[in-house]
Write a new protein. Structure first.
Length: 116
């Protein structure tokens, strides 16, 4: 079992930046993918970005490409989501997830609010 704790959310004006962190602990495997998802009010949860813990390859949703960057710090067992040029439509609860073929471990989320 992997425990995931997100942090770094908050209120920011449109065009601003935030960096989210996801600290992982517990039984953790280097073949895991670490992903960021988000759920806006009244909408379904959607994929944002993911990174392969071992190799570092990344993937992004089209809506955040060029604005968000996912990265990891192996020594700290932490994954980051750098979010730039934020838009009001980025407002959501952001969740960190981990797993191999499927995401089996989830954090409780951190709230990001982007004001216009």
């Amino acid at each position: 079992q992997v425990q995931l704790v997100e942090s770094g959310g908050g209120l920011v004006q449109a065009g601003g930046s935030l960096r989210l962190s996801c600290a992982a602990s517990g039984r953790f495997f280097t073949n895991y993918y670490m992903g960021w998802f988000r759920q806006a009010p009244g909408k379904e949860r959607e994929f944002v970005a993911r990174i392969w813990w071992s190799g570092g390859s990344t993937e992004y949703a089209d809506s955040v490409k060029g604005r968000f960057t996912i990265s990891r710090d192996n020594a700290k067992n932490t994954v980051y989501l750098q979010m730039n040029s934020l838009k009001p439509e980025d407002t959501a609860v952001y969740y960190c997830a981990a797993g191999s073929s499927t995401y089996t471990n989830w954090g409780k989320g951190t709230v990001v609010t982007v004001s216009s």
